[in-house]
Design a protein around this ligand. Structure first.
Ligand code: COA
Length: 327
């Protein structure tokens, strides 16, 4: 087995503005009680006017680079998982590349919705395994608040804005990323979609009046697909890593719903402290959710050297992914 890739720095950033469940009570027909019990969310951070995806991504990246003790100019590649770029062109990654002075780095966005960070991390892992000298910045960043319909209580209470980043390079033969697992099922894309403002339904009065610029979700169906896919990729990843369930030290799962996390915890027979939870603070931040959780687990000392960590995610497309690593 050759050298593995390993994460040498993490960072995250969320906008200052906080929107609580109580705030939402005065905006739509909902209650703190409904949102808390159905989702686990208490509040979320929302980008202010003029604050864009790349702004969050750059701030999260600077924190990750600082921890990794490397400069932007040392980076070889920047990969951003996102579904809410500043613009269709250029990519968020190019804006980050410029801001960090990453003059020798390639830059690209990866469109894999909530699995965007783990898809990007998997790509970084393959590059580093073939050239362990490479230094790759992997980011998940979203401003979903501009793509939710603030009149639709079935979706607007769920999402939040934020960014997380990780620096990946070659490690030794122990530790680091062990296996990556990517999956997709486009046959049921309509269960979770933003159908408008692409080439199929370009911007016009009719599309806007239908609200097709916003997220549409069949929550109950998505829930069923999510638990099935997350459980399946968990089993696949544990088998690939050669780990038994009790050996797992930390599960970092996409923060979409506390009930999904609780279901997984029960199926894996894990104690509560082995499942990372921060959904109460941020809501569902799509591609940013796993790297924000990873950074919080890292900075709070929750991750110890040698810990067996499983990261999993699920999102529109559908896409789902799993990554096992030894910290
Ligand atoms: N406040 C108050 N009531 C609300 C509400 C809100 N914000 N949103 C929906 N409701 C109502 C519904 O209208 C419905 O009322 P009815 O029974 O009179 O028709 C009732 O609450 C139950 O709605 P339902 O959609 O069945 O609730 P649920 O238990 O499925 O929870 C979600 C909804 C969205 C929280 C849940 O389905 C979910 O988390 N889905 C998965 C999301 C996910 O995993 N995404 C991952 C990819 S990003």
């Amino acid at each position: 087995m050759g050298p593995r890739s390993k994460i040498i720095g993490t960072g995250s950033f969320v906008p200052e503005k906080v929107l609580t469940n109580k705030d939402l009570e005065s905006m739509i027909d909902t209650s703190d009680e409904w949102i808390s019990t159905r989702t686990g969310i208490k509040e979320r951070h929302i980008a202010s006017e003029g604050e864009n995806n790349s702004d969050l991504a750059i701030l999260a990246s600077k924190r990750a680079l600082e921890m990794a003790e490397i400069d932007g100019k040392d980076l070889d590649l920047i990969i951003v998982g996102t579904l809410t770029p500043d613009m269709p062109m250029p990519s968020v990654a190019c804006l980050v590349q410029c801001a960090l002075g990453a003059t020798k780095a390639g830059a690209m966005d990866v469109s894999a919705t909530c699995s965007g960070f783990l898809y990007s991390l998997s790509i970084a892992d393959k590059f580093v395994r073939s050239n362990p000298q490479m230094k790759i910045l992997v980011i998940g960043s979203e401003v979903l608040s501009r793509r939710v319909n603030w009149q639709d209580r079935t979706t607007c209470v769920l999402f939040g804005d934020g960014a997380g980043a990780a620096v990946v390079t070659g490690g030794d033969e122990k530790g680091g990323i062990i296996s990556t697992h990517l999956h997709a099922d486009g046959s049921v894309w309509e269960l979770l979609t933003i159908r408008g403002l692409g080439t199929k339904y370009p911007v016009d009065e009719e599309i806007l009046s239908k609200g097709w610029q916003y997220i549409e979700m069949q929550g109950r169906d998505v829930f069923k697909h999510a638990v099935r896919a997350l459980e399946s990729v968990t089993n696949e990843a544990l088998t690939a890593a050669g780990w038994e369930k009790p050996e797992l030290d930390l599960l970092i799962a996409h923060q979409a719903n506390i009930r999904i996390l609780e279901y997984l915890r029960e199926r894996l027979e894990l104690p509560r402290d082995k499942v990372f939870i921060n959904i109460h603070k941020y809501g569902n931040t799509s591609a940013a959710s796993v790297p924000i959780a990873l950074d919080e687990a890292n900075r709070s000392g929750r991750l110890k050297k040698g810990d067996k960590v499983l990261m999993i995610s699920f999102g529109g497309g559908f896409t789902w992914a799993g990554v096992t690593m030894e910290w």
